[in-house]
Write a protein that binds this ligand. Structure first.
Ligand SMILES: Nc1nc2c(ncn2[C@@H]2O[C@H](COP(=O)(O)OP(=O)(O)OP(=O)(O)O)[C@@H](O)[C@H]2O)c(=O)[nH]1
Ligand SMILES: [Mg+2]
Length: 350
């Protein structure tokens, strides 16, 4: 691992908790719930799309202990490619690890309003497991959200969905030490969840952090990257097979007919060919989208090295500030590298 000069920044006592989950799960709502209303936040919050935030909570008046809760990019395969999301999330993870900020746990959010596990939720859960590796699972908390949105007469249904999540989807991780809880939407509930992850002094290192930062691997060669590569390859292979199948059906449908063929059948054939042609165009469009994603994953290269370079640049700036008597914390470098807003909450009684 490229050595990073910790003397350039103040040490981080306490560490970090990352909030993860698909888009709409309630990550930002959770992070916001940790802030008292009076807190002043970053200057660029007027923009319609609120930037990601990190809320640093100092636990004592001397400001010697803190915990920072960080909102991470949501997994949303409709607006951005999976590759893009994987790259963004791993950039957060690599930066935290390269800065040697202890990772005290991960809060994995899931909306209880989601009737059935969506494809994007399933894919994210799979990717999450590969990012984490088994060892880190003991400090992962699965948190269901949107409970305050459930009509009282629908609570039974929601509880059944929760049980299904526990039994069918999260069971392998719960068996390896993960825990679960509900987020009620309140400040106290958010605080309780963070506090619970802080109840021991332990921190974790994720599989992908070792891969990217310790071993300088290409993103596409990490376990999560390989699995994503396979999903893309399988999708492409499936499109190809379907296109070949359609071509065979079109060849049959457009074969010259005997005179005895009636006009009705001709019409049916034309309609069938038209539908096949439309399906073929859709599949071709999907293939055209998938092929650049394969290249994109490769092009992401060594995320760990890129992050270390960015950290060095930020530390140089921190050094210049130090000469002027201003000190930067590792957390400030973290937020500068990732371009996220750092909100400081002082003297919170957790
Ligand atoms: N009632 C209720 N609404 C919630 C809860 N969590 C989130 N929401 C709402 O659901 C929507 C999405 O929540 P966000 O917190 O923005 O979700 P997110 O996970 O940050 O989503 P991305 O930033 O897109 O990844 C917002 O309109 C929230 O107000 C909750 O626990 N209860
Ligand atoms: Mg958000």
């Amino acid at each position: 691992m490229q050595s990073l000069n910790r003397k350039d920044t103040l040490p981080e006592v306490g560490g970090m908790v990352l909030v993860m989950g698909v888009t709409g799960a309630g990550k930002s709502t959770f992070v916001n719930a940790l802030k008292p209303e009076s807190v002043t936040v970053g200057h660029n919050l007027e923009s319609t799309q609120a930037p990601p935030q990190a809320v640093q909570i100092f636990l004592d008046e001397e400001k010697t202990r803190s915990i920072t809760v960080v909102d991470t990019p949501g997994f949303d395969d409709t607006r951005r490619s999976n590759t893009q999301i994987l790259a963004e999330i791993t950039e957060y993870l690599a930066t935290q690890y390269a800065l040697q900020i202890p990772l005290r746990g991960i809060i994995y959010m899931h909306s209880i309003n989601e009737n059935r596990m969506k494809r994007s939720s399933r894919q994210f859960l799979e990717m999450f497991q590969l990012l984490c590796g088994d060892d880190a699972l003991r400090k992962v908390k699965f948190v269901t959200t949107h409970w305050d949105n459930i009509d009282p007469d629908r609570e039974g249904e929601a509880l059944r969905r929760e049980q299904q999540l526990l039994d069918e989807w999260w069971a392998p991780m719960l068996e390896k030490g993960s825990s679960n809880t509900q987020f009620s939407g309140s400040h106290d509930s958010a605080e309780g969840i963070v506090l619970d992850l802080m109840s021991d002094e332990e921190s974790i290192v994720l599989e992908v952090q070792r891969e990217l930062v310790d071993c300088d691997m290409d993103l596409g060669d990490t376990k999560a990257g390989k699995s994503l590569r396979k999903v893309i390859e399988d999708d492409i292979a499936q499109c190809k097979t379907s296109i070949e199948d359609i071509d065979t059906q079109m060849a049959n449908a457009t074969r010259p007919r005997r005179r005895s063929d009636d006009d009705g059948k001709m019409d049916r054939n034309q309609a069938e060919v038209k539908a096949l042609r439309r399906r073929r165009e859709d599949l071709q469009k999907r293939m055209d989208e998938l092929e650049p994603r394969q290249r994109e994953l490769k092009a992401r290269g060594k995320v760990g090295q890129k992050v270390k370079r960015k950290i060095s640049e930020e530390q140089k700036k921190a050094n210049a500030d130090k000469a002027k008597g201003m000190f930067s914390s590792a957390m400030e470098v973290f937020t500068a590298v990732l371009n996220i807003v750092l909100v400081v909450v002082s003297f919170a009684i957790l």
